[in-house]
Design a protein around this ligand. Structure first.
Ligand SMILES: C[S@@+](CC[C@H](N)C(=O)[O-])C[C@H]1O[C@@H](n2cnc3c(N)ncnc32)[C@H](O)[C@@H]1O
Length: 257
């Protein structure tokens, strides 16, 4: 390994061991959430409801994994869909893969649909309207995933425990070995109880609690892929240690078996 890479790895390890730095990251999130900071950004012209650090991490993951299919639940204005599609486009330009992304949203507003469909990155995008956990949507996505060999999943829709657990059960089995299932907004568990008074999720009922329950099932051998093979995932802690500011602590799940 080259010296530069070694130094970066050691920086990340030191950050992971520094509780004060981890706390700084969570404090930044808690304080900026009051200003709806995640709404401040756009990607190639479309609003993207994310923290920039997570998006840099996503770029690194996509570039390394080289997926031929990304499945994302939660489209909103389409910024993240366009973002992931644009990284897939760069992978294709580099001759690495020729990927597509499927976005699923229960409510694709007309003006958002029009803007996404007229975007240059739309050539890599398919959109499905419906609840991500409705059986007909899950089977449509499964059908479209047939023939893909390197699949990545991103969950960013309804953030209740029940919903995210159902999404994990529906889509994590599609994730390829070495690829990721990224679960956003797990940070709700680490925020003050009253942070989302107008939402059904809060401490004890959110994506992080769903991830924990899902991982227990996977560790017990109860999550199987289409071939019946038991799947195992680990939380890739190096990502949150690296970026410090993340809405997805414990949410970067790497499939290892
Ligand atoms: C946080 S936003 C997505 C943000 C987007 N991924 C981005 O980064 O810009 C959540 C979206 O999830 C959608 N949603 C809520 N419940 C859903 C469900 N049951 N199935 C699919 N999408 C859902 C909402 O309509 C909303 O557009």
């Amino acid at each position: 390994m080259c010296e530069f890479k070694k130094e970066v790895e050691s920086n990340i390890e030191r950050l992971g061991a520094a509780d004060d730095m981890q706390r700084l990251g969570v404090d930044f999130l808690v304080k900026t959430a009051d200003y709806r900071y995640s709404y401040n950004f756009s990607w190639l012209g479309r609003p993207i409801i994310q923290y920039p650090q997570d998006m840099i991490a996503m770029q690194e993951i996509i570039w390394n994994v080289r997926p031929d299919l990304i499945i994302e639940t939660g489209i909103a204005h389409g910024g993240s869909l366009i973002y992931y599609a644009s990284i897939l486009e760069m992978l294709a330009i580099a001759g690495h893969s020729d990927g597509r992304i499927i976005g699923i949203d229960i409510d694709i507003r007309e003006h958002n649909r029009e803007a996404i469909e007229s975007h240059p990155m739309y050539k890599r995008i398919d959109m499905i309207q419906g609840s991500s956990i409705a059986p007909e949507i899950v089977s449509e996505v499964n059908e479209r995933a047939q023939g893909c060999s390197n699949i990545m999943v991103v969950l960013d829709s309804n953030h209740t425990h029940e919903h995210v657990l159902a999404e994990l059960e529906a889509y994590a089995p599609l994730v390829s070995v070495g690829s990721y299932c990224v679960v956003f907004d797990t940070v709700v568990e680490d925020m003050p109880q009253d942070s989302f008074p107008d939402r059904p999720w809060s401490v004890g009922d959110n994506p992080k609690t769903a991830v924990w329950e899902f991982l227990k099932k996977a560790d017990a051998g109860d999550v199987r892929d289409a071939q019946g093979k038991a799947e195992r995932f680990v939380i890739d802690k190096s990502i949150e240690h690296k970026i410090l500011v993340t809405v997805a602590p414990d949410g970067y799940l790497k499939r290892i078996e």
